[in-house]
Design a protein around this ligand. Sequence first.
Ligand code: FAD
Length: 288
Amino acid sequence: MIPGTFAYHRPTTIGSAVALLIELGEDARPLAGGHSLIPLMKTRLASPEHLIDLAGIDGLSGIARSDDDIVIGAMTTQHSLIGSSLLSELAPIIRETSLMIADPQIRYKGTIGGNCANGDPGNDMPALMQCLNARYALTGNEGSREVLARDFYLGAYETALAAGEILTAVRIPVPAAGHGYAYEKLKRKVGDYATAAAAVMITMAGDTCMSVSIGLTNVAETPLWAEEAGRLLVGTKLDEGSVASAVAAAEAITDPASDMRGPADYRTKMAGVMLRRALERARSRATA
Ligand code: FAD
C-alpha cells in the first residue's frame, strides 16, 4: 500500500500546469484532492512518475452565478458544495448528491473537478452533471474549449480530455425556478460507491410533467443520461403506466458489471428502483 516514487510539481498558473503536462507526457497526472488518484497509486493500479498539483493555482476554486450559468471552479471541494448557499438556493440537488459521496474527511479534500475528470463510473457527480446538462471548461495547449458532460465520457476512465488538458470549471445552466429534484443512491454502507443511483430534475405545470432530465450512476462503463426515459414522461401526469415505461427505458440502457455490489441484473433493477424513487421525490418537491 505504498505508492511508487514520483516527482511532485506545484505550478502557480494554468499555463505552467499545461506546459508541464505536455512536457512530461503520459508519465504525468494532475493532482486535485487526491482521493481517487492516491488510492490507485497505493495499490499500484496507477504509477505516474510526476504529479502536477493544481492546488497552487489561483482562481480554480469558487462558486458563482454568471448570467444564466452557475460556474463552479474545478478545485472546489465537495465540502464547499455542501456549504454553498448559492447552490442550496439555485440547484439544491448538488448539495444532496455531495452529501452522499464518501464521508466528511474525503469531502474536505475531494474536488468537483477531480470527481468529474476521473472517468470512474462509480463517481456520483458525472451523472448529476449530465442530468443538469453541465458543460466542462477545458484548457490545454491549444487554448480553451467547452464539452458537454453528456459528450465527455467515452468509457471507464476514458474521457474527452486531450493530452495536457485540465478541467478548469463546470458550468451549469441555472435550473428553472420551482423545479423538483432528487438524487437516490443505493449503497451497501455509508461511504460506499453506488450499487446504482439516479438523479432527476423535473418541472411541473399543475399535475402535468413539463420537463424531466435523468442521470444514472454506476450502471455502465460511463454515466448515463437517460434521454428516452425522460422523453416518455414529458406531457404525462406521471401516472403508473408512464413511470413504468420510463423505468423500463432507463433499465434498457444500463450495462452494469457483476461485482461485489451484486449481479448485473440486480444492479439494473436497482437502477429502476432508484429512478422510481427519485421521480416520486422530485415530483413532491416541484412547485408548479
Ligand atoms: P484526484 O484523486 O486528485 O484525481 C482524480 C483523477 O482526475 C486523476 O486521474 C487526476 O489526474 C484527474 N484530475 C483531477 N483534477 C483534474 C482536473 N481539474 N483536470 C483534469 N484532470 C483532473 N466518489 C464518489 O463520487 N462517490 C463515492 O461514494 C465515493 N466514495 C469514496 C470512498 C472512498 C473511501 C474514497 C477514498 C473515495 C471516494 N470517492 C467517491 C472519490 C472521491 O469523491 C474523490 O475525491 C473524487 O473522485 C476525485 O476527486 P479528487 O479531487 O480527489 O481528484
